[in-house]
Every structure is written in C-alpha cells, then in structure tokens.
Design a protein around this ligand. Structure first.
Ligand SMILES: NC(=O)c1ccc[n+]([C@@H]2O[C@H](COP(=O)([O-])OP(=O)(O)OC[C@H]3O[C@@H](n4cnc5c(N)ncnc54)[C@H](O)[C@@H]3O)[C@@H](O)[C@H]2O)c1
Length: 319
C-alpha cells in the first residue's frame, strides 16, 4: 500500500514509518520539523520505498500533491508537549485544528482511510480513573493554555467522526496515553527523556508539583503495533480507542527509579507548576487508560514493562 504519515519525522511517526516499511509498504512522510528531527528518519531515509517532504500540513496545496493514490493516512502531525503548547498557543491551535481539517478534507477527496492520533489530555482533570472512551470530560478555563490542546484534539475527534458519519470516510481515532521510547526528546516537556538526560549528566532531576501525580508509560513499539492493527481492521472504523498501559508510577518514584538505573549522582529537586509552566496551571493527579475496548477489538496487551522501557531508553541516550 501507499501510506502517508504526517509528523513522520517525529517520535512515534518515525517508529511507525520504520514498521510499515518493514511490512513492505511504500511510505511517505510530511513533517515541518517543528518538534521532529531528520535524525529520527536517518536509519531508513535511503530505503527504496521511503520518501519525505519537509513542509507543513497547513500548506494545503503541498498536501494535495502528496495524496495521489494514497491508500492510508496516519495523521500524527500536531503541536505536542505541554511546554510547547503554552509557549506557542496560537500556532498550536491552528496546527491541530486547521491541519486536521486539511487532512480529512483531502483524504475524503482522494478516498484514503485515516487514522488520527488524539490524546489522554481529552479527559482533562477528571479523577474518574481508569478513563473509558465514553467518559465525560472535565476541563479548566480557557485562560489556561494547556486546555487548548485538549480542546483542539477534541475538535479533531468531532471532525473525524463527522466525516465518518456524513461522508462515510473510514476513520479511526486513537487516544494515546504517555508513550515513550528511543528518539523521544525532552525538549518540549516530555518527562522521561528529560529525567534520563539529567540523570546521565548528573544534573538535577526536576520534579514538577508534589511528584505524587501518577502516569502510565507505554512503549512506542506496543503503541505503533496497535496503530497498525487498528488501521487495518475495518471493525474499528468510526471508533475511538485508548492506547497505552495500566502500569502506573508516581513522578517522584519515576525520578528515583531513573536516578538508580542510571547510577546517577543527580539531586532530585522540586519546582512548582507556576514556575515550570504558567500562572494557574493545573495538572491531573492520575491518568490511567481503560484498555478493555482496544483489547476486545484487536487483542491489544502491552508487552513491555517500565524497567525494560527505561533500560532501552538509557542505552539510546547514552549513544
Ligand atoms: N508521545 C505521547 O506521549 C503522546 C501522547 C498523546 C498523544 N500523542 C499524539 O501522538 C502524535 C505524535 O506525537 P509524538 O509524541 O510523536 O510527538 P512529536 O512532536 O515527536 O511528533 C509530532 C510531529 O509533528 C510534526 N509537526 C508539527 N506541526 C506540523 C505541521 N504543521 N506540519 C507538519 N508536521 C508538523 C513535528 O515536527 C513532529 O515531528 C501527536 O498527534 C500527539 O498529539 C502523543
């Protein structure tokens, strides 16, 4: 098949591209390198079935030129990372809303199936864990930029479902929970690569808030395998799925674990959310996915446990 991946030079997108090439597909990537890097696609850049375009999903003409005979579009390009969203609120909203609109409109015109990556941020600060796909959402005020990310991804979901219902465009929506692994950068606020980098350099590991907040970290290989299965299964069309893991850890424990596994001399420091992000910043205490729907549809069970994931990441960053 001919497959287009938006955001394919990013963390998850580059792993996905590699897997799809391995399965014999023709893969083309579009990425503006805002948070992605050419380094991420370096190892398969010269593969005969691979091509890439440096450009934006906001450039509709460019996008259209890439859609000829495309069978599937994995739409991963987005403004990502709490820090990035807070620093670039306007561009983030435009990328996530207008960019997704462009993808859906052109996919519909060219009859290509679409998978859209959404986020666990959709659930907002709800405390009703584990989060089920049909749960209510609980968001803070619009004056806090972080909620703009959640809302923009929710608009993406609404639009994708509208295309499915009105135009019969086959779409799948996947709400990724924290996904980690090699190639992820800590530059835009992703906690695990930031902790590992600090620990390897014996610099302070900075925990935001009390550190008692918990998260579940899934390995990118589990998530990518799930994305491909969801895309390939027609029973998943028009549906929303959580993907991630239920193995939970507090951020404070994560900092200690990383420090120990890196045999680091780093100090563990604490910083308030206001100092780290913005006045009035709110975080969710716990975030756990209900994975029963994805398990039922594609037999999904995460294979990698946290220690294994961290070990693999440490090796990657050491290199
Ligand atoms: N990693 C996670 O924990 C996580 C969690 C929830 C949701 N997601 C979703 O998964 C997807 C991939 O995220 P990721 O973790 O790989 O982050 P990433 O930042 O590595 O990937 C996003 C990619 O999109 C590209 N991009 C941004 N704006 C673009 C534009 N206008 N045109 C073209 N390319 C553009 C970036 O350069 C980057 O390569 C995103 O949609 C994100 O919302 C990821």
């Amino acid at each position: 098949m001919k497959i287009l991946i938006t955001g394919g030079a990013g963390f998850i997108g580059s792993h996905l591209a590699e897997c799809l090439l391995g399965a014999g597909h023709k893969v083309h990537v579009i990425d503006n390198l805002s948070t992605g890097r050419l380094d991420n696609i370096q190892s398969f850049r010269d593969h005969k079935n691979f091509g890439y375009t440096i450009g934006s999903i906001l450039d509709k003409e460019l996008l259209e030129s890439l859609m000829d005979n495309v069978d599937q579009v994995y739409h991963l390009a987005a403004a990502v990372g709490v820090k990035y969203i807070i620093e670039n609120p306007l561009l983030s909203l435009k990328t996530n809303i207008v960019g997704t609109d462009n993808i859906l409109e052109l996919a519909n015109k060219h009859k290509a199936k679409v998978l859209i990556t959404s986020t666990s941020e959709i659930y907002g600060k709800s405390e009703n864990v584990p989060f089920n796909e049909l749960d209510d959402r609980l968001l803070g005020p619009t004056s806090i930029s972080r909620w703009g990310y959640s809302c923009s991804k929710a608009i993406d979901e609404f639009m994708a479902l509208a295309y499915y219902r009105e135009k019969k465009l086959p779409v799948v929506i996947v709400r990724c929970f924290n996904t980690v692994g090699p190639r992820q950068t800590g530059q835009y606020g992703m906690v695990l690569p930031k902790f590992i980098k600090a620990a390897l350099l014996d610099q302070p590991i900075v925990v935001y808030g009390s550190g008692k907040q918990t998260r579940c970290f899934a390995d990118v290989s589990d998530v990518v395998a799930a994305l491909i299965k969801l895309m390939e299964n027609p029973q998943c069309d028009g549906e929303i799925f959580n993907v991630g893991t239920t193995e939970s850890i507090s951020i404070e424990d994560l900092a200690n674990k990383v420090k120990k596994m890196c045999k680091s001399k780093s100090r563990i420091d604490y910083m308030s959310y206001e100092d780290a992000f913005e006045e009035g910043f709110e975080d969710m205490m716990n975030r756990v996915p209900d994975l029963s729907k994805i398990e039922e549809h594609i037999g999904y069970k995460p294979q990698k446990v946290l220690d294994e994931i961290i070990t693999r990441m440490i090796h990657h960053y050491e290199k």
